[in-house]
Write a protein that binds this ligand. Structure first.
Ligand code: GDP
Ligand code: MG
Length: 739
């Protein structure tokens, strides 16, 4: 043997495939390198576009020589001088003759020597079974002089072929095992006997042979033509007529060209002869090329262990194996694209930072499509039911992962969408406040909500795969929009609070001015420096509280209408406005009470009383300062002025309207607590006597400005102070005379 061999167990390289690949070795071992041979020769990707031919015949009948001449293969042949068997086991080689159909795989099967039986017969049977399970065309190589020798070795071989074929069909309930072509190539044809005669002899023998084989139960009536077509050809003696041999081989080669026309004719016993092209679709075993090595191995395993060879089961097993393999490859493809995205997402959620992956919808859709398509292209050639099941399995694996990824994506989009909405609204409000320009809260909310909703909608749209139910994310969109509404409600409430604070501040400042003014008026007595402008009704001290109440009411009314206008502009609800106004009235009252308390603080009120008193005591009716003379009724003026000012103290002590001599109707003014106010945070609301009944403080108490004790204390202090002024006046009167 010269050159290299890719025998069982060898690590293959392309160079080692020069002689093809030994599929089964002499020890009946299957060569697991068959797959890589098919890869190396580009057959593996051919789908169904390949053909398998086997050659049978006695040892040393020129089989390998024929194949090498016909297909350009380099199977080892017996050297002309040594004459010993060369082909061991089963070899396979890809056709190298360019003019023939692509991807013809030729199997050179070890021949049997008619003289030696026993162990050989076992291999003959096994190899025949293997060849029938895989090959479309079985070439039977036979010498011309062997034709008609019914007892010869060839007939033994054919008997085996027929028997194992029936055995295959017995198992094949769905009749998926196709017909085969038995192609008789008659060698060393001298030419005296025409091919037609040789054919008739062969067919006669075959008929006879068929009738003698024992047919399994159920197939007793089977006809030979149900399983086999026949074809015949002769070749001249290679050594004696080398040129003619070459020409005839060339002619024979034309029958291995796809599309070369075929026709079938009936022979005498119903057998069918195929003329022209040899590759009928119905001969094809329909094993996808990329699964062939696995299938062949499975088939051989069954054969070698003498198990019943059940091709449909083998095909189903092959489909499962290959579909799983293809599925694994496809998932690697899927992983390459989707894996890194899953990691990014997991990492982001680990650090609590929602990550919206760019173009996820597009990537997911494309990857899914690519993977399913890749699976379909390869796997759909296998057993239909298995393929369908494995495809569903693959899709659900892919979808499971995409689903997790997509849900994570929407969770992130939801989170970041809500945050950016809230930030954008707050930012716009802040910017509006800073610039001092009028801003419309409602407009800001509407604009930002539309922006965020659109963004989310786009994401949902991108993630949706038409026709895939689980990619319907309409509920997630609804949830997102609902949360935006909740956030806007919260932001509006905050905006209301801000508005309320602004209005309250305004009320406070207005009250500060107005109430301060009213108290300042106390400083001027009758006709003093604080005399009223002409035409104005002079203020009487008696209606101090009426004036304060009225100015309070008018300030609050104005504040209320400011608040209402503003709140309406950002689409606060009636109820929200009502609550806001209620709070505003309460806070305004509290502000008023604080202002009043400030005015009646000891030092402040004493000063006011002193001014009031001095105004009455030291100035005359015309507002001119008195210069005390000893004759003046200092005591009388003093007493009147003092008594007059003293009447202010009880007046100041209680908030009472002069018209009714009762406190103003504060509960009516503030009104009932509106529904919905309960949900507000009320910690900041100061309880008001007579309004908040559960507080235990009465309206009378609320309206008490100076307690009894403070009042008496104030009387004492005032009197002391007035006495001092009196003494001073008295002194100045006497002193004025003395000077
Ligand atoms: P195989 O065992 O059937 O594969 O036979 P081989 O191809 O190895 O050839 C066996 C012998 O037959 C070799 O010595 C060849 O030279 C010879 N041989 C090849 N072709 C022919 C032929 O057409 N006629 C005859 N008579 N001998 C041939
Ligand atoms: Mg050989």
């Amino acid at each position: 043997m010269n050159g290299h061999f890719a025998a069982v167990g060898d690590a293959p390289t392309v160079a080692q495939y020069e002689h093809g690949v030994q599929v089964i070795d002499e020890d009946k071992e299957f060569n697991s390198n068959l797959g890589s041979y098919l890869q190396a020769t580009d057959v593996a990707d051919a789908g169904f576009n390949y053909h398998i031919i086997s050659v049978f015949g006695s040892q040393s009948t020129g089989k390998s020589t024929l194949l090498n001449n016909l297909f350009g293969t380099e199977f080892n042949v017996m050297s002309e001088t040594e004459r010993r068997q060369t082909t061991k086991g089963i070899w396979m080689s890809k056709n190298k003759t360019a003019s023939m159909t692509d991807n013809i795989l030729v199997m050179d099967v070890e021949g049997t020597d008619g003289r030696e039986r026993g162990e050989d017969q076992d291999f003959e049977r096994k190899s025949a079974l293997f060849a029938l399970a895989t090959s479309e065309v079985l070439i039977v190589n036979i010498w011309e002089h062997q034709v008609g020798l019914y007892q010869g070795a060839n007939m033994g071989l054919l008997k085996t072929v027929f028997e194992v074929n029936l055995q295959l069909f017995l198992k094949d309930k769905q009749q998926s095992t196709p017909r085969s072509l038995l192609f008789f190539v008659i060698r060393d044809h001298i030419g005296n006997t025409p091919l037609a005669n040789l054919r008739n002899t062969l067919v006669q023998d075959l008929t006879k042979l068929w009738s003698t084989i024992s047919k399994p139960q159920g197939l007793e009536k089977a006809n030979i033509e149900d399983y086999f077509d026949f074809a015949f050809a002769t070749l001249p003696h290679k050594i004696l007529q080398p040129e003619k041999f070459i020409d005839e081989v060339k002619n024979l080669g034309r029958r291995f060209i796809a599309g070369s026309r075929s026709s079938r004719t009936k022979l005498q016993h119903g057998e069918q002869e195929l003329e022209g092209g040899l590759f009928l679709a119905e001969y094809h075993r329909r094993i996808p090329a990329d699964g062939f090595s696995v299938y062949a191995e499975g088939v051989w395993d069954q054969i070698v262990h003498n198990k019943d060879l059940d091709l449909p089961t083998q095909q189903e097993l092959l489909a499962q194996f290959r579909c799983d393999e293809i599925s694994r490859d496809v998932l690697i493809l899927f992983d390459a694209t989707i894996g890194p995205l899953e990691e990014q997402q997991a990492e982001a959620s680990r650090v609590g930072n929602p990550l919206v992956l760019a173009d996820l919808g597009d990537t997911g859709k494309r990857t899914r499509e690519k993977c399913v398509k890749a699976f379909e292209t390869q796997a759909s050639r296998y057993h239909k039911a298995v393929y369908a099941r494995k495809r569903t399995e693959l899709e659900s694996k892919i979808d499971q992962r995409l689903k997790t990824l997509y849900q994570g994506q929407l969770t992130a989009a939801h989170k970041s969408g809500v945050t950016s909405f809230s930030d954008a609204v707050s930012g716009a409000v802040k910017a509006g406040q800073k610039s001092g320009a009028a801003y419309e809260f409602a407009d800001i909310v509407v604009a930002e909500k539309a922006k965020c909703s659109d963004q989310f909608k786009t994401e949902v749209h991108n993630l949706t795969i038409p026709g895939i139910a689980w990619t319907n994310f309409v509920p997630q969109l609804a949830l997102f929009e609902k949360e935006l509404d909740e956030v806007s409600a919260r932001l509006r409430k905050e905006e209301m609070r801000r508005l309320a604070t602004r209005v309250e501040r305004w009320v406070k400042s207005r009250l500060g001015d107005a109430v301060g003014l009213e108290f300042n008026k106390l400083g001027s007595g009758r006709g003093g420096l604080g005399a009223p402008e002409e035409g104005e009704k002079p203020p009487t001290e008696k209606d101090l509280w009426d004036r304060i109440w009225n100015v309070f009411i008018s300030i609050v009314k104005e504040a209320e209408s400011r608040f209402t206008d503003r709140a309406k502009s950002f689409e606060a609800s009636e109820a929200e406005v009502e609550v806001g106004l209620w709070r505003l009235r309460r806070k305004s009252w509290v502000a008023l009470r604080e202002k009043v308390d400030e005015e009646v603080m000891e030092g402040n009120i004493l000063l006011k009383l002193r001014e009031n008193f001095e105004d009455k005591f030291r100035y005359d009716e015309a507002g001119v300062p008195r210069i005390w003379r000893p004759v003046d009724d200092i005591e009388g003026i003093y007493t009147r002025a003092r008594e007059s000012t003293l009447t202010l103290i009880p007046l100041l002590s209680r908030f009472r309207l002069s018209t009714t001599h009762t406190p103003p109707d504060l509960p009516a003014f503030i009104g009932h607590q509106p529904a919905g106010a309960e949900t507000e945070d009320e910690d900041d609301l100061t309880p008001i006597g007579g309004v908040d009944e559960e507080d235990g403080k009465s309206l009378e108490e609320e309206m008490t400005v100076l307690s009894e004790g403070k009042r008496q204390d104030l009387v004492v202090r005032f009197k002391k102070m007035a006495d001092g002024v009196y003494v001073e006046a008295k002194r100045s009167a006497i002193g004025g005379v003395a000077q």
